[in-house]
Each structure stands twice: as C-alpha cells, then as structure tokens.
Write a protein that binds this ligand. Structure first.
Ligand code: SF4
Ligand code: SF4
Ligand code: SF4
Ligand code: FES
Length: 948
C-alpha cells in the first residue's frame, strides 16, 4: 500500500473523436481535439506549473503560471486555456517562461503566511510544490507587506475548516461547487487584493447553502479549505481504493491512511459511478466505524429481559446452532429463517442465503429490498425480462428529457443528482412527478418544465394518463413497438390507455394534477428527443408499486425510449447493495440470478455444487415470517445487517412477532432496535474492515477492499461460515474472491466476473459473460431480455388506505441528504448537526387550521398507532399532505404506517398513510416507555472479576 495519488491532468478530458497531433518540447503527442496544451503535455509526463487549473473543473486562466511559447505566435499564452491544435509546436521550458513563472510565484508568496512548517498541508500543498517547481528561493518584495485578508478561521463545518489568510483566490473551490456539485454556494466577494471566498451571503459555511460534499476542499490547492481530520491526524501516507457503503450510487474512494488511522476519503476520479465526486456521507461520515456504541464482542442472553453477557465467539455460534436445531426438531424445518442485508457485500449476502437454503433446508430468506425495490424486480422482469435498471449513469449525459417520478435525487442519490443537474444546466428538459416540491423543481440554474404534484397513491393513474396522451395524440413510436414488442399485447394496451377514463381531464379530479400539465409533460416526454425515466421509492412503496413500475416500462416502450444511451428506465436504488442483495438470491422464491426455486434445472445445478437437497417451494417473506411467528409456527431468525423493527411498517406488529420467537440472532455494528428482541448478538464489521463487492443501481459490480482489520475479529462472511459449520454444513472459503468464483459458476449473468477482472477493469456491469466479457452498460439494445417487450394493462385501483373525518391528511415518508436509512450509522457521526431529529413537514394552511406553529410538538395518529414529533411548516408539501423522515428511532414513525402492501411483492405502502395531526405537549407516553424499554434491553452485564 502506498499513497500513489491520482494524476491531475490540469483540465478535463476531451470526449472528441477527432485527434490532433502537436509537438511539445520536441516530442510529438496525439490527443483528442479540444484537449488543452496543459493536458497534452501531461499525457507526455510533462507537468507545466499551474495553480488555478485542476482537471475536475474547466480551465479559468487566472494565475498565469502555466505560460507556454507557441511557434509562430506572439506572447506567452496560458496552457490551460489554449486548445491543442494540429501541427502546433509548443515549448514549456524556456528562460523567458522560467523568469515569468518565478515572478508570478514571488507575488503569490509575498502575501502568503510563511508558516509552511507548521501548516496542516505541509507536504500536500500545491503552492509549496509550485514554489519549488519554479525554483523560487527568495522574494524581492520582502515579507513585510500587506497580507491577504484574514477575517479568521471558519471552523463551523464539522468536517473542514476555511482559513482565508491562506487563500490564493484561484476560484477552484467556487468552480467545483458550481460545475461538479451544482450547488453554487460559493462566490468571490470583494475586489482585487481584498477578494475572499464567501459562502452564500458571507455566512459561515454551516449556515450557508453548502451541502458539505467536499468538492471545494478537494479542489483547493492550499490549506485554505482543509479536512479537520488532516489537521488532527496529519497527511496520509498510503491509500486503498474502495466503495462507499451508503447509497446505491456506489461512489468509489481512495481511503487515505496514516499508519492504521483513516485520515480521509478522497473520491476516486477513475470511479465510473462518481467520476471523482462525493457527497457528505461517503466523503466524511465514516466516524461510526469507531463510535463508542460499536459492539465488538459477541453477546448472549437467555431471555430478552436479561442483561447481555459478553462471551467468546465459540459460545454464541454453538448456542445459535443448537437452538436452531432444537427449534426445527420441535416445530419443523420451516420454523426458522433469515434476512440478508443490502448493506453487506454480495459475497456475504450470497452466503446467508446459501446457509438458509442448504443448512436450514428451507427457502425462508428475504431481504430489506422487500420494503423498497421488490416491485422493481417484479415489474421490470415482467415487462422487459430483467430485474434491473437499463442504463449506466453516464447515459444521462445524452438525455434530452429527464422524467423523475417519486425520487428525490439531491437527497437520496446526491452524486448522481450532481451529474443530472449538470446535464439539466446544459439544456436537458425536466419533468418531476412528486407530491412534494423537491429541490430539483427549482434550484440554482435549473427549473422543472413540469412539476406534477400528484396526491400520494395516484401514481398509476398519472402514468397511465401520460400514456393516454401518447396513444391518443399519435405520439407512439410504432416502428419501435412493431419491431421490439409484442404487437398484439400493445394493441390491447393502447386501447386500454386510450379509454377516456384515463384522460388527463378525467384523472385531474382525484390525482390533483392539472390536466394541461399532464398533457404538456406527456408531449415533452414523447417528442423531446432522448427521454429517460428515473424513479425511486415514491413509485415502489405503494399498494400498486409493481403496477406503476410496469406503467413506466409501458410508457418507455411505447415511445421507443429503450435500448440506447440517453433513454431507459432507471430505478434509483436506496442502499449501497440493494441491487446486489437481490441479484444474490435473497428473495424466498429466487435463487441467485433471479431463477425461480421451482425450476428443476436450476435446482439441480445448485444441489450438485452445494451438495444438499434443496426445497423447490418458495419460502416466507418478512411479513409472512412475522405473521407465522405470531401464529406460533416460526421461532428462530438470523438477521444480518438489517433493523426490521425500525425500518419495517407497523412497528407494534413487528415487535410482537419478534417477541414471540425463541431465538433471534442479530448480526450488526450496534445494538439496533431489533436487537432489543435478540437472544444472540454477533458483532458485525464495517465496509472498511472487509473484502468483497457491492453492486450499485446501474448493475455495476465494484470492489470493497479491506482498509483495516475488523475490530470484532471477523468479516461478516466469516461469521456466517462459522455458523454454517456449527450447523453441520461446513463452508470452506479462505477469501471472498472464492465466493465470487462460486457465484460466477452458478449465475449466467455473473459468469465472467472475477476479482482479477474487477481489479483490471475497475468495475463491470452485469450481465458479464461470454457474450459480454467487459459487462453491459446499456441493456436491451437489440432485443429485450425476455424477447418481445411486454405491455401490461395497468388498471388504477385506489388504495384501501382512505382519508376521512378521523384521518384527513396523507402522510408520506422519505429521507434527507445527511442521514441514511434508519440512521444507525449517520446518527453516530457529526452529520447529526444537519438533522438532529425527524420533523413533520406540514403545509401552512393545514398547520393554521390545527393551531400548530413552526417547531411545536405535534401528535401524528393513524388507525395503527400514534407518535409525536416537531412540526416544520413549509409549502414544499401540498395542503392535505404531510411528510417526515424515519432516521431517528425516538420518532418511531413506522408506528403509524399500516400493514397495506404492494399486491405483487408485499412491499409496504409507506408512502400513503391517512393521519390526523394535533398539537401536543411533547413526546408521547408511549415514546418515553419505549425509550426506557430500549435502555433496559441494551444493558450489558459487568464482566465478572475474579475475587482477589
Ligand atoms: S462542500 Fe460542496 S456544497 Fe459546500 S461549498 Fe464546497 S463544493 Fe459547495
Ligand atoms: S479557498 Fe482554495 S480553492 Fe478557493 S480560491 Fe482560495 S485557494 Fe483557491
Ligand atoms: S452519493 Fe451515495 S455512494 Fe456516493 S458518496 Fe454519497 S452516499 Fe456514498
Ligand atoms: S493554471 Fe493556467 S492560468 Fe492558472
């Protein structure tokens, strides 16, 4: 391991196909047209001194350090802003250039603080490097002149400092915030000598528009913007490339270390999902790995009312195995099961489902995708033939019309949102279908062409109505449909869509979306060029989640927006490995690669390799397991990396189900809410402590590399392996690469995947096999995976969850940028400064009607339960709709969500709950009791000390 930093080429890569040849310092070099002379020189290994240029942003040409001479031209142009031209002859090292550069550096250094030796960036500072590179030894103007303005250090951001006295006003930070992140939080205030970088309206960073993505810190060539961790620990001396463990974007990072300490996470420019960008979570929020709450020793207790007892690894493994055997002997083979984690690696997930199918001998395996994207699997498999998104993220760069349905990319998928925003600033059109006015509806330099603020629960009606306009106004791409889809099914579907009951005018009445907006959006989507649909949990978490997914696929097929760059149907996956956990066979009816357990040939293949007879009947889904526990037929569960008590709906029902089991085994980093009901706690490892792979939302398989030893002693796959051995089904892997080799042997879409290939290519998108050895960025190019695309009738059926006099408002839930899922990790980082609690967003008129003021405690009640939280009055939500997040267990918002779920997959209907809001005096009695209960359930017995 060495630091081996990535090369900075000075200016971004040109994507032009035409090449030009020029000569630099006597050497010929061929580069794509549009490449700067600075970058062309760097391709030859010649680094022209520079300060204001960096390859993450467009050239600016302000520092005048990168001067060159060009044969036949007067003057000394800046190499960063001069495009390479055919036949150009360039000199980068002449006496005149050296003199000029030294003069420029003298001016910079004359006003810069001379505290290099004690500066946190000493050894990692471009100003220092450039002074050396131009041979500056002294400054003719002395060091006693005026210094750069020094209004004091701004340390308000929890992760980085801003020290204006060190600023050279190169604007790299300002440009990074605009071009890379798209937030426009920074400006240069003042003029000339007194120019300073200013967040928003000269505010501290913490109060500004800044979203803490870190792009400015990354861009800064000096210590002006610097990570606090570098100031505390020192500059790094080695690095490992790994993948973020937060969201489905799958950003890759260089985890930079000093000794055994992680100093910082630097987004990896070669990362194909993030292209060198990051968000606040992946970049900064890794502190949970060493949080004091982290459980590092296995624990056990006979009853959930007992305190936990810390034990060695042998005891809980043997105990779990004997308990599961006892339970199966007494209640039958199907009385135990398990849940895989979308936070764990592919290899770990694969092993858990293998353990359940081969060692438990049943198919009672499910995953947290059940509660998020299971309808995506069902809907896309049915219509297109594959349970995954169709595009790579790069595809958005060719998109002319972006249609976002039920997703909030700037909060949920921030790095992809930045790429999307760039495309939108460059001219793509935007349609948003969402009950809330999400940020993208209006954000700096972007305004949605259409925002369809539909009533929660009416997705199917709105998407079918878009199709109605396409069909009735002659906007169908008939050539595409005839060639690529089942024509008979299409005709049947077209007749259905054309029915007047689906017209925008008819659906306006109950969706709340003005008919003209639906008509305009449909015309734009169908005729605006390459149109791409991006959707999220606002589509799937409904009683008709699968229907909406199919309606989306219908719309894309009918308009021919499939099978090429810039188009497609793209589910934005929530957790880091939710795609992977589904791919790895985490559903009770499917073996790895989405093959049904009843398929004889598949079962035979797995039985041969696994050496055990396998059940060919689908097992229980999570809600079925809980129901069966309450019926007394399901008694033991192994849960890896998933907090079902906090994340699943109808908390009371879930708690009762868990309490009814005889052996609940939780493997996690912390004593999560579910662990309140556990008998065995197996401490898990973080992504920094393991090897493996994650698969992101674009089907991209990427390496997770071990940065440090697991503090609990084992990687998660090793724990599953120990458990399997204790159950009498030994697994003998020495490294996760061997698990991937087995996955490749058994799964046609993974056949060509290996760690060697991932190391060589950086990443691959499945399918990766003989037909596509380098992977498949875009799916369904010549034909759909299922053959002919299938149009499905998508009849709108209103949810049974109805508003009425008792519960007149609709609650919908979601998440915010700084927090992740149930918050178990992000709540244990400084990210809490941005979100200390879940708040209830309520429209001003609804608040006024109920006498609620901003910040007041309010009781939120549904027919399943009630909880209390504080109100946030905002017109981001429409009147009649309220919204909250679910990141804090103290809120327990799932106490109010209902048992309704998607008809096809049981994905809970989180997005529609009829509620009433009323002022309250503070947390409810129930919440206080729960707090007490949790404290009691987390007691750890003092270790026994031998008597002296
Ligand atoms: S951290 Fe990101 S959002 Fe904040 S100022 Fe820097 S670039 Fe802009
Ligand atoms: S803060 Fe850094 S990147 Fe921004 S202008 Fe100053 S020196 Fe340049
Ligand atoms: S966008 Fe997602 S994957 Fe990327 S750094 Fe943020 S949380 Fe991690
Ligand atoms: S690096 Fe070219 S002008 Fe600054």
């Amino acid at each position: 391991m060495s630091l081996n930093p990535e090369i900075d080429y000075g200016t971004p890569k040109s994507e032009a196909e035409k090449m030009v040849t020029l000569t630099i310092d006597g050497v010929e070099v061929e580069v794509p047209e549009g490449t700067s002379v600075m970058r062309a020189a760097m391709e030859l290994g010649t680094q022209i001194p520079k300060l204001c240029a960096t390859d993450m942003v467009e050239a600016f040409g302000s520092c005048r350090l990168c001067l060159i001479e060009i044969e036949g031209r007067n003057g000394t142009p800046a190499s960063c802003t001069t495009p390479a031209a055919h036949g150009m002859v360039v000199k980068t090292q002449t006496d005149r250039l050296k003199r000029l550069r030294k003069g420029v550096m003298e001016l910079y250094i004359s006003e810069h603080p001379l505290d290099c030796l004690t500066c946190s960036a000493n050894g990692d500072c471009e100003l220092q490097d450039m002074a050396g590179a131009v041979g500056l030894r002294d400054v003719r103007y002395g060091y006693d002149g005026a210094r750069h303005p020094n209004p004091g250090i701004d340390a308000s951001n929890p992760y980085f400092t801003y020290e204006p006295s060190k600023c050279i006003v190169c604007s790299r930070c300002v440009r990074a915030c605009e071009e890379v992140q798209g937030t426009f939080a920074l400006t240069i205030a003042g003029r000339g000598f007194s120019s300073v970088v200013s967040p928003s309206m000269e505010q501290p960073f913490i109060d500004s528009e800044c979203v803490s993505c870190g792009a400015c810190v990354q861009a800064c060539p000096t210590a002006t913007l610097n990570e606090k961790s570098v100031i505390d620990i020192g500059t790094p001396d080695k690095a490992v490339v790994t993948t973020c463990a937060y969201c489905g974007v799958g950003c890759t990072f260089r985890a930079e270390m000093r000794g055994d300490e992680l100093v910082r996470m630097i987004p990896y420019k070669e990362g194909k999902a993030n292209r060198g960008h990051s968000c606040v979570k992946g970049r900064f929020a890794y502190g949970y790995a060493h949080h004091k709450d982290r459980i590092t020793k296995p624990m056990i207790r006979e009853k959930i009312t007992d305190p936990w007892r810390e034990v060695s690894w042998e005891e809980p493994i043997q105990y779990t195995a004997s308990e599961f055997k006892r339970i199966q002997a007494k209640y039958g083979k199907g009385s135990v099961g398990g849940i895989t984690s979308s936070r764990c690696t592919n290899e770990e997930t694969y092993l858990v489902q293998k353990l359940i199918r081969a060692a438990f001998g049943n198919n009672n395996v499910d995953t947290c995708a059940r509660v998020c994207h299971s309808p995506t699997g069902y809907g896309l498999k049915t219509t297109l033939g594959e349970s995954a998104g169709t595009q790579d993220f790069d595809s958005v760069e060719q998109t002319d019309v972006v249609l976002i349905i039920g997703a909030n990319p700037t909060d949920g998928h921030p790095v992809f949102a930045s790429r999307m925003k760039k495309r939108l600033r460059d001219g793509a059109k935007l349609i948003i279908v969402d009950p809330r006015r999400i940020d993208l509806v209006r954000t700096p330099h972007i305004e949605a062409d259409y925002h369809l603020p539909l009533k929660p629960g009416t997705n199917v009606a709105v998407v079918t109505s878009l199709a109605h306009v396409v069909v009735t106004e002659g906007l169908v791409n008939e050539k595409f449909v005839r060639e690529r889809c089942d024509w008979d099914e299409f005709q049947e579907w077209a007749a259905f869509a054309a029915d007047p009951r689906h017209s925008p005018e008819a659906v306006e009445k109950f969706t709340g979306v003005p008919a003209e907006a639906i008509r305009g959006a449909a015309r734009l989507y169908a005729t605006g060029g390459n149109s791409a649909i991006y959707y999220g949990l606002g589509v799937t978490e409904h009683s008709q989640g699968s229907t909406t997914v199919m309606a989306i696929a219908n719309l894309a097929m009918a308009t021919g927006n499939m099978g090429r760059k810039g188009v497609g149907v793209n589910p934005l996956r929530g957790q880091n490995n939710v795609q992977g956990s589904c791919d790895m066979g985490s559903f009770p009816h499917e073996l790895p690669g989405y093959r049904h357990v009843s398929d004889d040939a598949t079962i035979e293949l797995f039985e041969q390799l696994w050496g055990r007879p396998l059940d060919n009947e689908p097992g229980l889904r999570i809600p079925n397991m809980i129901d069966a526990a309450l019926d007394g037929s399901f008694k033991g569960i192994y849960i890896q990396g998933e907090d079902i008590l906090q994340s699943d709906p109808n908390t009371q029902h879930m708690a009762a189900g868990l309490a009814a089991m005889e052996c609940v085994v939780v493997q996690d980093l912390f004593l999560i809410e579910t662990a309140n009901y556990a008998h065995v706690f197996l401490p898990g490892s973080t992504f920094l402590e393991k090897n493996g792979t994650f698969t992101n939302a674009e089907r991209r398989i990427q390496r997770v590399r071990k940065v440090m030893a697991p503090v609990n002693g084992y990687e998660d796959w090793e724990i599953t392996q120990m458990l399997s051995g204790a159950l009498g089904y030994p697994m003998q892997y020495d490294h996760p690469s061997q698990i991937m080799d087995e996955i490749a042997r058994l799964t046609p879409t993974f056949q060509g995947v290996s760690y060697e290939k991932l190391d060589e290519l950086g990443s691959v998108q499945w399918p990766c096999n003989e037909a596509a050895p380098g992977g498949t960025p875009i799916m369904h190019i010549d034909s759909f995976v299922r053959g002919k695309g299938k149009f499905v009738i998508t009849e709108y059926v209103a949810t049974d969850e109805k508003t009425g006099p008792r519960f007149p408002l609709l609650l919908t839930t979601g998440r915010i940028l700084s927090q992740y899922n149930v918050g178990a990790q992000t709540r244990r980082t400084a990210n809490v400064v941005w979100h200390e609690e879940d708040r209830l967003e309520i429209h001003p008129s609804d608040a006024e009607n109920r006498g609620v003021r901003d910040g007041d405690w309010v009781k939120i009640a549904s027919r399943t339960g009630e909880t209390t939280l504080r109100a946030l009055i905002t017109d981001r939500v429409a009147s009649g709709v309220v919204y909250t997040t679910f990141h804090h267990p103290s809120t327990q918002v799932n106490v109010v969500t209902t048992e309704f779920s998607d008809w096809a997959t049981n994905c809970p209907e989180y997005k529609v709950t009829a509620v009433q809001i009323a002022p309250s005096n503070g947390p409810s009695e129930w919440q206080e009791e729960y707090e007490e209960l949790s404290k009691a359930a987390r007691r750890i017995a003092e270790p026994l000390v031998a008597a002296e």
